[in-house]
Write a protein that binds this ligand. Structure first.
Ligand code: ADP
Length: 852
């Protein structure tokens, strides 16, 4: 068929097998490629080839490439379209694939398949002429009446569209400029046709046949458009261009075509969605918005990006629990038992929670302060929140706020945004599916701030009982009633919570645990939980209390119990290996029998040896049951102890004192060190100190200088002017952590007093308190955490300000019994308590220096 002036395609073509869509000459198609042969074709032909010729491929329709390249090729559709690969885009997600943009050139038929691997190549015969559009007139003459008729229909169709749209105007021009023989293919690919119809047009090799087959399709489209225009109101003219390309669904419906079925399905979906909206119990305002949106959705073509957005929005609106709630089953006595069963100690917290719940029981209204649990990590704040949900029979949802710095995280994005979504509150409600869950706002102290707004400000509305019945998420854009939600917040410190937010909440301090409390928590809760998680039973592993104490003192240094829990987990893992190994090697099936049988004695005598599971020799033997975790085993599993009691060592020279500091992670002991050297009276401070701490250091020096004679404090050359020819350096260890606050005042004074007097501070004394220039000791915060830290560190005496005496009541009796408290109201008392035998004040008698 090819004329002399026509362009020829290569006689051998690599074949791309497609089963979705049909590429007609003159049209363009995007196709995704992920099967082995097709991928190979793209890699070795399209990506490696450099010439234009290498980008020509044969696209075979209606044939799927087997998913494995070991499978045989299916029978190929006889006629295909030679095509130019215009664009190749590769992606690895969700699996490796390429997306090809191909433009059809002409038809060809397969003469012979030359090879099947790595991709099929065939000898082909070109079926259409591929001319450079120079001899149009000739072709027009040849086609005669059929082509004229076709042309008329085509013009009629295009003119029914909105000519003000540039693409339509261009199409109109193309109708005149293109050779008539190219029109059937091009129009078939533009108008709405099924794959089956396209395939028929592709197979119609004779031009006459092709015209004959395409004309009914054109007529169908024109009729469809006419009907559509009749049914539409004149004012909706603007939408014409959108709707015109996709005429109404049921006109000239050819049953059985897949695309029509799909469309029908979608239509059904929208109808279903509308039904769901109408039957859902959403607020009147929301219903109004949804119905408006669904009206828009019905008119929208699915290919519009907004279609998916609107649909997602409507689906969310239907899913939200507008009126769905769980029934509260609140009984204070049961709640008390449940809280006690789940948590050891934390009496104050449990008491307040019960009060809160009792008020709720009496007054069926949630308007009241939001509870905020403040304390170090791992003290059970989250877990109490979970228990509250359990006692109330409500759903529980945790919203982690740490690091959130965009207010749309709380309030959602407006729907005009690309990728907009609702905020975490609405998302959480969708997840739990009821409108009265317990929401735990975790880490409210770690909310950030950024250019995207202040999330704390957005939380204000959520937490305010007066406002939150009409909380408006930007994404929803209608009010949602949050008044049934029970909010509980947690934080490590109140210092970084914005004041306005703090004002909405009732703070309940959850201090750290004492060693005894930790041991109890470990044995009552943590160990049973870990055993269960690791599939162990108390018959297999035994952790005595002394071992738990060892873990607490030597392997962890924390206020809560989280690392203790982790360490117990590590022990259980190690034991699980032993037990599993033993079970594997054991010849006798029942362990209990072994214990009671005659082997018992033998095992007992070996007990001492096998007690430590570190013993490599016993690897070969099944271990004794239960495996006893002693200190050797502990060392073997957890490594050498991480913390040692170094207190007495550090205090072996003058110029060191132990202070007590409060951090968001609980109380800490802090060694303050001082040294002096020749110099010009400079004070150097190191250890990342804040302004308040630096001021405390200056205050301390000034007070000591003014009282030097009284206490017989001298510099190196014996002068009472302590800074005369002397530089002082004060260091607060753990230099990487910023420290601030006035409570180190008494420690600095004691440390410098030791330096200038050359006397050692007692090694078992720790202290805290703010000082004034006149030597008074003022109260400070965090006493309970600080005292617990001193107790943890094994100190015996704690000096605290007199006015902090009331805080001691909160401390457990056993801790109080272990420690001696010195209540100081002035620095004299502090110094007297800090040095063995007191820090004597000399009578104010001027000493005469000998001039001899
Ligand atoms: P937080 O939220 O304070 O950081 P979590 O609530 O996550 O701490 O608690 C950490 C773990 O410690 C949880 O497994 C919890 O069950 C356990 N835990 C903490 N305190 C107690 C307690 N008093 N009684 C029982 N278990 C506790």
């Amino acid at each position: 068929m090819a004329a002399g002036s026509a362009i020829q395609i290569p006689s051998r073509l690599p074949l791309l097998l497609t089963h979705e869509g049909v590429l007609l000459p003159g049209s363009t198609m995007r196709t995704s490629v992920d099967s082995p042969r097709n991928m190979q074709l793209v890699r070795s032909r399209l990506l490696k080839g450099t010439s234009l010729r290498s980008t020509i491929i044969g696209v075979i329709p209606n044939t799927s490439d087997p998913t494995s390249d070991c499978d045989d090729l299916p029978s190929l559709h006889r006629i295909g379209t030679a095509a130019l690969a215009v664009q190749v885009v590769g992606s690895n997600w969700p699996k490796p694939h390429y997306t090809l943009l191909v433009t059809g050139l002409c038809r060809f038929q397969i003469l012979q398949l030359l090879k099947e691997k790595p991709y099929p190549v065939a000898e082909v015969e070109q079926l259409d002429r591929l001319e450079q559009f120079t001899n149009q007139h000739k072709s027009e003459e040849e086609l005669g009446e059929l082509s004229e008729q076709f042309y008329k229909y085509a013009v009629q169709l295009v003119e029914m569209l909105d000519m003000s749209v540039p693409a339509v105007a261009k199409l109109r021009r193309l109708l005149d400029n293109l050779p008539r023989e190219a029109l059937p293919d091009i129009l078939t690919s533009i108008i709405r046709t099924s794959n089956q119809e396209k395939l028929q047009i592709l197979d119609a090799v004779r031009l006459e046949e092709r015209f004959k087959m395409t004309i009914p399709l054109l007529v169908r489209q024109i009729e469809g458009l006419k009907l559509l225009q009749k049914t539409r109101k004149p004012k909706q003219d603007d939408d014409k261009r959108v709707v015109a390309i996709r005429p109404t669904r049921r006109i000239n419906h050819i049953p059985g075509t897949t695309e029509d079925e799909e469309e029908e399905e979608d239509h059904d979906d929208v109808v279903m969605l509308e039904k769901k909206i109408r039957t859902s119990s959403m607020s009147e305002q929301a219903l109004k918005v949804c119905l408006k949106e669904i009206k828009r959705l019905k008119k929208m073509p699915q290919s519009m990006p907004e279609y998916a957005l609107t649909r997602n929005y409507l689906e969310l609106m239907v899913e939200l629990p507008w009126n769905k709630s769980t029934k509260d089953r609140l009984e204070i006595r049961a709640a008390r038992i449940l809280l006690d069963n789940d948590h050891y100690a934390m009496e104050k917290l449990k008491k307040r929670v019960l009060e809160y719940l009792a008020v709720r029981q009496l007054k069926n209204n949630l308007k009241g302060p939001i509870l905020c649990f403040v304390g170090p990590p791992g003290v059970g704040k989250t877990s109490v929140g979970r228990s509250i949900a359990k006692t109330l029979g409500r759903e529980f949802h945790r919203i982690a706020l740490g690091g959130v710095c965009d207010q749309s995280d709380i309030r959602g994005h407006r729907r005009t945004y690309v990728g907009s979504m609702p905020g975490r509150i609405i998302n959480g409600l969708k997840t739990v599916g009821v409108n009265n869950p317990v929401f735990l706002l975790d880490e409210v102290d770690k909310l950030g701030k950024s250019l995207q707004g202040d999330p704390a400000a957005a939380l204000l509305e959520v937490l305010d009982p007066e406002q939150n019945h009409s909380f408006t998420d930007h994404y929803l854009n209608v009010a949602f009633d949050l008044s049934q939600v029970l909010f509980i917040a947690t934080a490590n410190t109140t210092a970084t919570i914005p004041p306005a937010l703090l004002d909405r909440m009732e703070i309940i301090q959850v201090p750290g645990y004492t060693q005894e409390e930790k041991i109890e928590i470990a044995h009552r809760h943590l160990i049973p939980k870990q055993l269960e998680q690791h599939g162990l039973t108390p018959q297999q592993i035994q952790i005595p209390q002394v071992t738990t104490l060892d873990i607490i003192t030597r392997y962890t240094r924390e206020a809560g119990v989280r690392s203790l829990d982790r360490k117990l987990g590590a022990i259980c893992r190690a034991v699980a290996v032993k037990v599993a190994e033993g079970q594997h090697k054991e010849t006798k099936p029942d362990r209990a029998e072994v214990g009671e049988g005659e082997d018992c004695k033998e095992h007992v005598t070996e007990d001492a040896k096998t007690e430590s599971i570190s013993d490599t020799a016993d690897l070969a033997l099944p271990p004794e049951m239960p495996i006893l975790i002693d200190f050797h085993a502990l060392k073997d599993i957890l490594g050498p102890p991480m913390y040692e009691m170094e207190v007495s060592e550090r205090l072996s020279q003058p110029g060191v004192a132990i202070g007590l500091a409060w951090t968001p992670l609980g109380g800490e002991i802090m060694f303050v060190e001082a040294s002096r050297m020749d110099g010009e009276g400079q004070l150097t401070l190191t250890g990342q100190l804040g302004d308040v701490m630096k001021e405390s250091a200056h205050l301390a020096i000034s007070w000591l200088r003014s009282n030097a004679k009284r206490y017989q404090l001298t510099n190196a050359s014996g002068s009472f002017d302590l800074l005369d020819n002397t530089d002082i350096h004060l260091h607060f260890p753990a230099g990487a952590v910023t420290k601030d606050g006035p409570s180190a005042g008494v420690t600095i004074v004691t440390c410098l007093a030791s330096l200038f007097s050359g006397r050692l501070v007692c090694s078992d004394v720790a202290m805290t308190g703010e000082i004034t220039l006149r030597g008074l000791v003022l109260p400070v915060g965090g006493i309970k955490d600080k005292v617990l830290a001193a107790h943890r560190a094994g100190l015996k005496r704690v000096i605290i300000p007199q006015r902090n005496e009331k805080d001691l009541e909160e401390i457990a009796v056993n801790v109080r019994q272990d420690l001696t408290f010195v209540l100081a109201s002035c620095l004299d008392e502090v110094l007297n308590a800090a040095f063995d035998g007191g820090f004597a004040v000399k009578p104010r008698v001027e000493r005469l220096n000998s001039k001899l």
